[in-house]
Design a protein around this ligand. Structure first.
Ligand code: NAD
Length: 265
């Protein structure tokens, strides 16, 4: 359904690094970045799936294993990108995990908080730090992050996830204010629920035995916009826009892609 916008040259000659790109939003964004002329370093903690995704996407995609909870992995991925392509134009800090919390705050094990913060927040800080390290000397670049509508409105059993995603929005605004003087734009995208693997895994825990089709429909039914459901392609199109010169004066922004969902909360 996105064929009209699939091809183009909005990112011709650009080099992008995307975390958590073996599947879901990251994979779809890599696909659209490449369709728009970019070369993409796909990174993920899942090695086999990452290799497979890079193979599927063709010669302009290269896979590199990277666990975003380790600053050294992120730093190495940035250095790999420079040694392979000579530049980094777009750093997309997309990897993230679901909340994994019990329904009640009373039962929350705070070790879960530390884990979610390390993968959803510390990783984003590290990604911006190392992206900026190589972008500042060139006085240009684009940094993107994936936040969530949950960072804006919260939700049941979202204690740690919502904090993590609000933090992403805060980091984006703070770093955008510093990096603007170097010609670097920093933005994030807040998607609403899409039935990607981690969402489905999480739902399986709450609704054991329920078929995936039913669970996916449950996710899609959160949507309020008539005649459409939120797809990874919607997020990828937003990422292409923010990464391209179409958004050359957009920085420090949280682009909410939710079909109006949060306006009703
Ligand atoms: P996904 O499960 O399809 O993809 C997430 C990827 O991140 C996976 O390939 C996974 O292996 C990878 N990953 C997990 N931990 C990692 C780590 N430590 N290091 C490197 N990679 C790691 O899910 P998705 O929906 O595409 O998620 C991408 C981003 O979108 C996440 O930040 C998520 O929080 C955010 N998001 C998703 C939704 C949704 O409903 N799907 C909504 C709002 C925000």
């Amino acid at each position: 359904s996105f064929s009209a916008q699939t091809g183009g040259s909005k990112l011709e000659g650009k080099v992008a690094l995307i975390t958590g790109a073996a599947s879901g939003i990251g994979k779809e964004t890599a696909t659209k970045f490449i369709a728009n002329g970019a070369k993409v370093i796909i990174t993920d903690i899942q090695k086999d799936l990452g290799q497979q995704t890079a193979h599927e996407l063709g010669p302009n995609a290269t896979f590199l294993p990277c666990d975003v909870s380790k600053e050294s992995d992120i730093s190495a991925a940035v250095d790999f990108t420079i040694s392979k392509h000579g530049q980094l134009d777009i750093m997309y800090n997309n990897a993230g995990i679901a909340c994994q919390t019990p329904p009640s705050i009373v039962d929350l094990d705070l070790a879960i908080f530390d884990r979610v913060m390390s993968i959803n927040v510390r990783s984003v800080l590290a990604g911006i730090k190392h992206g900026a390290r190589v972008m500042i000397p060139r006085q240009k670049g684009v940094i993107l992050c994936t936040a969530s509508v949950t960072g804006l409105i919260g939700g049941i059993a979202q204690h740690t996830y919502s904090i993590s995603k609000s933090s992403v929005i805060g980091i984006v605004k703070s770093t955008a204010s510093e990096l603007c003087k170097h010609g670097i734009r920093v933005n994030c995208i807040s998607p609403m629920a899409i039935p990607t693997p981690f969402v489905m895994e999480e739902l399986n825990k709450y609704f054991p035995g329920v078929e995936s089709e039913k669970l996916a429909k449950m996710v899609n039914d959160f949507g309020v916009l008539k005649g459409a459901v939120c797809e990874t392609g919607d997020i990828a199109n937003a990422a292409v826009y923010l990464a391209s010169d179409d958004a050359k004066y957009v920085s420090g922004h949280n682009l909410v892609v939710d079909g109006g969902f949060t306006t009703m909360k």
